[in-house]
Design a protein around this ligand. Structure first.
Ligand SMILES: Cc1cc2nc3c(=O)[nH]c(=O)nc-3n(C[C@H](O)[C@H](O)[C@H](O)COP(=O)(O)O)c2cc1C
Length: 391
């Protein structure tokens, strides 16, 4: 079906096509039973547990697709196990001028410089409070600093903290987007000092018991980082688990020293998971010609060219934490093969964005079926058994 629609969508500018996708999703959200009938659920062998939360499917929606949490019911109906809404910032933002999203079809990639357009933490918190939670569906909320170069240093930390305060009560987990390449002032929170200050403030905001959840799910036998069970999400009285979303490594490989320093700071502040990774600022190794790339200009690169780098980061994070900290693998997952490789590199969970643009929603079912086939091939009972097998 998507094969028929895609050529029409791809005649439109990437953001206009996204708008049509959102309209279709809104329609689908009104008839979730129909969507559920069209998109089968994941096999029980693929369910994962992390931070005391059960993910019925390991595949989730990556941040940026549903920035304002308007389509939560639709994502659940599609058979995804989770959605990370946002990035949400303390103040609403219109983002950058259009055009700000571009397809690199030859690379199966996108470049975007949306600039954190979103309704703001207050509006999104109100929407989440009024949104019925699909049963068994995990809702992550991704938080970023307001897109305003004047908000720097301590003001930036306060800005983040305000969003955390407003959104934490509605989140099964919080992901801190410290790696957005589309801020006017650069990546303000991926230096050790800035990350330390930010995480200290988030920890204080969440009540001083650290950015904690229940540590690791039972995916690889590592001891949990903390052990109190979470209440049902909508009855949450404890702070949600906090994850940090990192930048991809350069094409040359992971800068082990720099990443390990950031990981140490995160763990010291009670961070219990990583999202690996955000989009890349460089244009290394692309098929798209230089003239086209120049015409597009700056922005974060997502999709297939990111796969090897996000996998390398996932593998490094898994190794450096001895498999004790669940990782959400994201970047260029557009097939069951890519999904399985990411799990074997160390990802407990997966997210998709650009793959959905190129492959359509049928990708989710194809990943589910392909993962089960690969577990059978490798003689593994559950997906949890595959996590980190190639780390
Ligand atoms: C148009 C677009 C907007 C995005 N917006 C956000 C965002 O607001 N916050 C965030 O953390 N990541 C954002 N991302 C990054 C994705 O969540 C993901 O990390 C990245 O695209 C790599 O995954 P993919 O290759 O499956 O797209 C965005 C990506 C795209 C393509």
């Amino acid at each position: 079906m998507y094969r028929l629609v895609r050529p029409l969508l791809f005649r439109l500018d990437a953001e206009a096509a996204h708008g049509w996708g959102v309209r279709a999703a809104r329609l689908g959200q009104r008839a979730p039973g129909v969507v559920r009938a069209l998109f089968p659920r994941a096999d029980g062998r693929l369910a994962q547990t992390a931070w005391g939360l059960r993910f019925a499917s390991p595949v989730g929606l990556a941040a940026g697709f549903d920035k304002n949490a308007a389509l939560v019911g639709f994502w659940a109906a599609l058979g995804l196990g989770s959605a990370e809404v946002g990035s949400v910032s303390a103040r609403p933002s219109e983002g950058n001028a259009r055009p700000r999203a571009f397809r690199l079809t030859a690379d199966g990639a996108l470049v975007n410089r949306m600039g954190l357009n979103n309704d703001g933490a207050e509006a999104v918190a109100a929407r989440l409070a009024a949104t019925p939670r699909p049963p068994g569906f995990v809702l992550g909320v991704n938080v970023a600093k307001t897109h305003d170069p004047a908000i720097l240093g301590e003001a930036g930390v306060d800005d983040f903290r305000r969003s955390v305060r407003l959104l934490a009560p509605h989140a099964d987990y919080l992901a801190l987007n410290v790696s957005c390449p589309n801020t006017a002032e650069g990546k303000t929170f991926e230096t050790p000092e800035a990350l330390d200050a930010l995480l200290g403030a988030v920890r204080a905001e969440l009540g001083g018991h650290g950015a904690q959840g229940t540590g690791h799910g039972a995916t690889n036998g590592s001891p949990p980082l903390a052990s109190s069970p979470l209440p049902r999400p909508h009855e949450r009285r404890e702070p949600p688990p906090v994850l940090v979303k990192l930048s991809p490594p350069a094409a040359g490989g992971v800068d082990v020293g720099a990443v390990d320093e950031l990981v140490g700071i995160c763990l010291g502040h009670g961070v219990v998971g990583f999202v690996a990774s955000n989009t890349a600022s460089d244009r290394d190794g692309l098929r798209t010609d230089a003239g086209t790339l120049d015409g597009i200009g700056r922005g974060g690169l997502s999709g297939r060219p990111l796969a090897a780098r996000a996998t390398a980061l996932t593998r490094h994070l898994y190794r450096t934490t001895d498999g004790g900290v669940p990782i959400i693998g994201v970047g260029g997952i557009d097939s069951a093969e890519a999904a399985y490789a990411r799990v074997r590199a160390g990802a407990t969970l997966l997210q998709v964005y650009t793959g959905l643009v190129y492959e359509g929603p049928g990708l989710i079912g194809r990943i589910h079926r392909g993962l089960v086939r690969r577990l059978d091939r490798d003689g593994l009972a559950t997906l949890a058994d595959a996590v980190g097998a190639d780390a």
